[in-house]
Design a protein around this ligand. Structure first.
Ligand code: C5P
Length: 230
């Protein structure tokens, strides 16, 4: 079945909030949701099992970064949870990314965070002592992720074209920072609309507050879906 639909960031503090949010959607409508650190640390693996049992796809956004052996073992646990996609930090290195892939197996998608979109070039150069441009660092990490047989990267929609040019067309670019025209930016700075993200070649968009904080989340989701898929 086609899983290409906007991924809803379930940035809620509790399991109960997730339950009432998902209950708003028509029965049988298959969603793709992102479970991040806040929800996972609050509600644990149970929330993943619950969402999977409802028939939805799950991107578990835990951004693992540790020694290869630890990441491999952790990934094996996540594979048992039945997640559809998860991620690591590319900064953990080639061996760590290979170990992550081994632990997770070949079925779930595995993607890497390159440079966080909250990191500026100045911060990267000062804090990480990487003396290239931010764009070069992102491209470099994307290449390492491809070399480790990962499926793609999390990136800004503004970086998609350069990443695709440096890797392959089927290398996934998953992009947060998506805002329908005219909607509140919140703390996101370099945003793109769903249709513009589609036009630059983004494979998945992640959308949180424009859906979760909307007066009518289902209507907001459907409008974004329509713009993304048309
Ligand atoms: O509410 P909003 O649409 O801004 O949510 C975007 C989601 O994507 C949040 O869960 C945020 O943590 C995540 N994210 C991001 N930028 C990244 C990586 C993840 O906004 N570089």
């Amino acid at each position: 079945m086609n899983e290409s639909r906007p991924i809803i960031a379930l940035d809620f503090p509790s399991f109960d909030d997730v339950k009432s949010f998902l209950a708003r959607f028509p029965e049988g409508e298959q969603l793709y949701v992102k479970i991040g650190m806040e929800l996972y640390y609050a509600a644990g693996p149970e929330v993943v099992r619950y969402v999977k049992k409802l028939g939805h796809w799950v991107f578990l956004d835990l951004k693992l970064h540790d020694i290869p052996n630890t990441v491999k073992s952790a990934m094996a646990v996540l594979a048992n949870l039945g997640v559809d996609m998860t991620n690591v930090h590319a900064a953990g290195g080639l061996e760590m990314m290979k170990a992550a892939r081994e632990g997770l197996g070949s079925q779930p998608k595995l993607i890497a965070v390159t440079q966080l979109t909250s990191t500026s070039q100045e911060q990267m150069q000062d804090n990480q002592n990487i003396q290239t441009s931010l764009a070069e660092s992102v491209i470099h990490y994307a290449g390492k992720a491809a070399q480790a047989a990962l499926n793609g990267v999390v990136c800004s929609a503004h970086e998609v074209e350069a990443i695709k040019a440096a890797t392959t067309d089927d290398f996934i670019c998953l992009t947060p920072g998506i805002r329908p025209a005219g909607s509140d930016l919140g703390d996101q700075k370099r945003v793109m609309t769903p249709s513009a993200a589609r036009a630059v070649g983004s494979d998945y968009i992640v959308v949180g507050r424009p859906i979760t904080q909307a007066a009518d989340p289902v209507a907001a989701y459907q409008a974004i879906c329509q713009e993304w898929q048309s």
